[in-house]
Design a protein around this ligand. Structure first.
Ligand code: PLP
Length: 365
C-alpha cells in the first residue's frame, strides 16, 4: 500500500499553466505586456457596476440569467444556448471533460493555446499535436491527425501565441472534414479584435452544427480579466452537458454585474478594437523596419504580436533586455518557442519605447 494518496498518472503528467509575469527576477514591478490584457483598462460603466454590485453575503445568480440574456440579444443567440464559465478556461476544460476521457484523443495544432494540453490531460485523454504551417494552423495536417479515438479538436482563432488566423473557408473545411461525433471547439478569446469583414463563421457554425462549441471571454477586449467571465454557445445538448458539470455558482456577483454593464458599452469595445488595430499596424511597421536584424513579426489578428528573432539578437537576450527598460513580455521556451517573444499591444508610448529598445539592442548585438 502507498504511504500517501496517489494522484492519477495523467494528473502527474500535467505541467501547471505558466501565467504572464508582472515583475522581473529582482521583484521589480514592470509594465506588463505579457498577458494580452486591455491597455485601455475597463469600461467605466463596468467599473461602476462592479462597485455597485449586490450583497456579497448572498450567493450570486447561479444561472447568470441577465448576462446570458444580454449576450443573447447582442449576438442573436437564444439565452438557453449560452453557458457561462469562470473565464473561458473553465469551459475549455469542461468541454474536454464532457467529451473525452482515458484512451481518447484531444487534438490541436502545434503552438496552440497552452491550456489545451492541460484540458486534455486533466480528463485522462491523450493530447495530440498536429504540425503547424509556418506557425499557423494547417487544416490538412489537423485532419490527417484525426483517428477513431479523436473526441475533441481545439482551435483558437485568432490563435495564441502566434496571432495567426484561419479564414472562414478554411474553418468550414476543417469542420466538414470532422466526423459528427468529434467536438470542434472554436476558441474565440480574441475574436472581437478581428475586423467584421474577416469573420471566420465560428459563431454561425456553433448555431447550426451539432458538434461545435464556440467560446468567448471578457478577459481581453472587455478588460475584465480579473473578474473571470467567459461564455460559450453551441448545440443545446452541448450547453446542457457543460451546465451539468460547471461550478454551480461559477460567476461571482461582481463578475456578472460588471460583464453585464460591459456588454452594454459597445463603444468601449469599438474604441479598444480601433486602438488595437492602429497600434498593432504601427508596431509591426516599426518592427519590419528592423528586418535587416532578423526580427520577423508574424501576421497577427489579435491584441499581440509574436516576433521571431532570426538574427544576432536572440529572443532571450531581448526578453532580458526589455526588462531593463521596464517591460515584461512573454518568452515561450516552454511552448517550443525559444526563438520568439509575444508582445501585447499596449499604449502608443509603450509600443514606441519597445520598438526603440529593440532597435538599440539589435544594433548592439
Ligand atoms: C486562446 C485563449 N483562449 C482562452 C483564454 C482564456 O481566457 P479566460 O479564461 O481569461 O477567459 C486565453 C487567455 O489567455 C486565450 O489566449
Amino acid at each position: 500500500m502507498a504511504d500517501a494518496p496517489q494522484p492519477k498518472p495523467w494528473i502527474t503528467g500535467i505541467h501547471a499553466y505558466v501565467p504572464g509575469k508582472s515583475t522581473g527576477a529582482d521583484g521589480r514591478e514592470l509594465i506588463k505586456l505579457s498577458a494580452n490584457e486591455n491597455p485601455l483598462g475597463t469600461s467605466p460603466h463596468a467599473l461602476a457596476a462592479r462597485h455597485g454590485a449586490g450583497d456579497p453575503a448572498r450567493y450570486p445568480d447561479p444561472d447568470s440569467k441577465d448576462l446570458r440574456t444580454a449576450l443573447g440579444a447582442l449576438h442573436g443567440i437564444a439565452p438557453e444556448r449560452i453557458v457561462m464559465g469562470t473565464g473561458s478556461d473553465e469551459l475549455l476544460n469542461l468541454a474536454a471533460q464532457a467529451y473525452a476521457g482515458p484512451g481518447d484523443e484531444v487534438l490541436y495544432v502545434r503552438y496552440g493555446f497552452s491550456v489545451y494540453d492541460i484540458a486534455a490531460r486533466r480528463c485522462g485523454a491523450v493530447p495530440v499535436v498536429a504540425p503547424d504551417l509556418d506557425y499557423g494552423t494547417d487544416v490538412d495536417a489537423l485532419l490527417a491527425c484525426v483517428t477513431e479515438r479523436t473526441r475533441v479538436v481545439f482551435l483558437a482563432n485568432p490563435n495564441n501565441p502566434t496571432g495567426s488566423f484561419l479564414p472562414r473557408a478554411e474553418l468550414a473545411r476543417l469542420h466538414a472534414g470532422l466526423r459528427p461525433d468529434v467536438l470542434l471547439v472554436v476558441d474565440h478569446a480574441y475574436a472581437e479584435y478581428v475586423d467584421a469583414d474577416d469573420d471566420d463563421g465560428g459563431m454561425e457554425l456553433a448555431a447550426k452544427a451539432r458538434n461545435v462549441l464556440m467560446t468567448r471571454t471578457f478577459s481581453k477586449i472587455y478588460g475584465l480579466a480579473g473578474e473571470r467571465v467567459g461564455w460559450g454557445t453551441g448545440d443545446a445538448a452541448i450547453v446542457d452537458m457543460l451546465n451539468r458539470i460547471r461550478g454551480p455558482f461559477n460567476l461571482s456577483t461582481t463578475g456578472q454585474a460588471s460583464a453585464l454593464a460591459a456588454v452594454a458599452d459597445q463603444d468601449f469595445v469599438a474604441k479598444s478594437h480601433a486602438h488595437n488595430s492602429a497600434q498593432r499596424a504601427r508596431f509591426v511597421a516599426q518592427l519590419e523596419a528592423l528586418g535587416n536584424y532578423g526580427l520577423r513579426p508574424l501576421p497577427s489578428k489579435a491584441n499581440f504580436v509574436l516576433i521571431l528573432f532570426e538574427g544576432k539578437l536572440s529572443a532571450e537576450a531581448a526578453y532580458n533586455g526589455l526588462m531593463e527598460y521596464g517591460y515584461i513580455v512573454r518568452w515561450l521556451p516552454g511552448q517550443g518557442l525559444p526563438q520568439a517573444l509575444r508582445i501585447t499591444i499596449g499604449t502608443p508610448e509603450q509600443m514606441d519605447e519597445i520598438a526603440a529598445a529593440l532597435r538599440t539592442m539589435a544594433e548592439a548585438a
